[in-house]
Design a protein around this ligand. Structure first.
Ligand code: SIN
Length: 274
């Protein structure tokens, strides 16, 4: 069966059909997926049977994988897989990160070299809720008034963590994360397009007064995820969704905690934003 690529939204997201990621892909098929990924920022592949080693092998074709700082939530035997889950072990201890990322963010932008891509595989999902929202930051940049584009062109923001965004981090893990500076506008290395690069980990705009920093961050929070640039992914079990952290913000949503939501996440290393 031939591979299909179907757009899910004007600005962000496409669905790939006719592929079986449980088998190695030939070069041409992989190159088409890679190109679709950079162009659409989010790819959805439904109905995949992906044991951990196959998810790792597929993700690795995009680049080296990262091991998340939250080592208590790694899948046993597969440190490349971070568990996002509300399952518990026999003693009631959480197996994975619960309530991960319920605010607009781009993965680990609080590090010098943030993640390029994140690959989330749905093992078990609740009957309703727990959707993931994706906002195109290419489109957010394009929609900025010209005066703001010029104002932001040379500005940087300090990205970091606090107890609100990282409640599950131990004090030692939190202390190990120093704030880092990133440009407010970054250029995507594969497409050459400009994208807004902020999100909730952006704590302060640098080189301006505190009042101006607050004004800019307030403006950005209203701007970066306007309804018309957001794709809402409604999960089905066996979906693989992958997103390009250089051009989207994402946000997890609530679900009824009496149900299980159990996901496997791999993360591909990125480059320093410029
Ligand atoms: C995340 O990676 O931020 C979590 C996304 C989700 O669980 O929907």
């Amino acid at each position: 069966m031939a591979m299909t690529i179907t757009k899910l939204h004007d600005h962000v997201g496409a669905e790939i059909g006719g592929v079986d990621l449980s088998r190695p892909l030939d070069e041409a098929t992989f190159a088409a997926i890679e190109e679709a990924f950079y162009q659409n920022s989010v790819l959805v592949v439904r109905g995949q049977d992906l044991p951990p080693e196959r998810q790792i092998a597929f993700s690795q074709r995009f680049g080296p994988l990262e091991i998340h700082i939250l080592d208590q939530y790694q899948l046993a035997g597969h440190p490349e897989i971070l568990l996002l889950s509300n399952k518990t072990d026999a003693d009631g201890k959480p197996l994975g990160l619960v309530e991960a990322g319920r605010y607009w963010h781009t993965d680990v932008s609080f590090t010098e070299v943030p993640s390029m891509g994140s690959f989330l595989y749905a093992v078990e999902i609740p009957p309703a809720g727990g959707d993931t929202l994706f906002a195109s930051q290419f489109a957010a940049y394009d929609a900025l008034p010209q005066a703001w584009k010029e104002r932001f062109a040379s500005l940087k923001a300090l990205h970091g963590l606090n107890k609100t965004t990282a409640p599950k981090f131990t004090d030692a893990q939190l202390a190990s994360v120093k704030g880092v500076e990133h440009p407010l506008i970054r250029t995507h290395p594969m497409t050459g397009r400009k994208a807004l690069y902020a999100g909730t980990f952006a704590l302060k705009v640098l080189g301006v007064s505190d009042a101006e920093s607050d004004e800019i961050l307030t403006f950005l929070r209203d701007h970066w995820a306007q309804d018309d640039i957001v794709y809402r992914h409604r999960w089905q079990a066996n979906d693989l969704v992958m997103w390009d952290n250089r051009s989207v913000l994402h946000c997890a949503t609530l679900f009824d905690a009496q149900y299980i939501r159990h996901m496997h996440r791999t993360t591909v290393a990125g480059e320093k934003p410029v």
